[in-house]
Design a protein around this ligand. Structure first.
Ligand code: SF4
Length: 247
């Protein structure tokens, strides 16, 4: 598994923990709002962070970082992911996995060998409309399998959905909440579409009107359950301004 990016420090991405983030390339989806098209389409264009550099970095951060977030692209496309998690865990770091959920078998393998400490799984649309958002057919059942497995195992979990008005209408959120409830998932973040991104998988979305922060908040409230609206900086959207996730 080749690391294509390293963010050395984050207080937001691994709830309650100080973490670094590694990014890997490739993805089996083509979400129009994806703001990492170079990682998705052309990972070789991104400089490699060598294993030696990364594990030396981790050894120098002992005691200052709690965990490693593995993100992408889609990490579970890489056969080397379980071995990479082994190495991180052997250094006594916690692991958070960001995944689009399409490889339940690998998630199970990793969790059985090395407990996953936190998992963030994308749920991109109602199951019946999944391929319209991901532009790749036939994966909704696999994503649901991953969510159900994580819920049954009690892995601390959040579900994330990037929201754009062209892709998700207001009726879709009620359906998605019902589907997530049926899978045992609770915490669900509706993430604001990033209108300032310099490039997207589908740049035409940038000029299209979408939900305001307040509309997103109202949608989350109307849907109910453990559903929240999240702004561009990873902070929760609330009625009186914006409050950090850790609040
Ligand atoms: S946003 Fe979509 S295309 Fe981009 S990395 Fe995530 S799953 Fe893949």
């Amino acid at each position: 598994m080749i690391i294509r990016g390293l963010q050395p420090f984050s207080m937001l991405d691994f709830p309650g923990k100080f973490s670094c983030i590694v990014f890997v390339g490739n993805c089996n989806f083509r979400c129009p709002y994806c703001h990492n098209p170079s990682l998705v389409f052309d990972p070789e264009s991104q400089p490699e962070v060598t294993r030696e550099y990364f594990f030396d970095f981790l050894s120098r951060r002992q005691g200052r970082l709690d965990g490693v977030v593995i993100s992408g692209g889609e990490p579970t496309l890489h056969p080397g992911l379980p071995g990479f998690v082994d190495m991180v865990k052997n250094m006594k770091y916690l692991v958070k996995l960001d995944t689009n959920g399409t490889n339940p078998e690998m998630v199970r393998r990793i969790h059985e060998a090395n407990r996953i400490d936190y998992i963030a799984i994308d749920y991109k649309a109602p199951a019946a409309r999944y391929s319209l958002v991901t532009r790749n057919a036939g994966h909704a059942a696999l994503v649901q399998q991953t969510i159900r497995y994580a819920a049954e195992q009690g892995i601390p979990m959040e579900i994330r959905t990037t929201v754009h008005r062209d892709l998700l209408g207001e009726g879709d959120f009620t359906i998605m909440r019902r589907e997530l409830d049926g899978l045992g998932a609770k915490r669900w973040y509706l993430q604001q579409f990033n209108t300032t991104s310099p490039e997207l998988v589908d740049d035409s979305l940038l000029g299209r009107p979408t939900y305001s922060d307040l509309e997103l908040l109202h949608i989350a409230e109307a849907v109910g359950g453990d559903t929240h609206a999240r702004g561009l900086t990873g902070s929760l959207i609330k009625h009186r301004g914006v409050v950090k996730v850790s609040d």
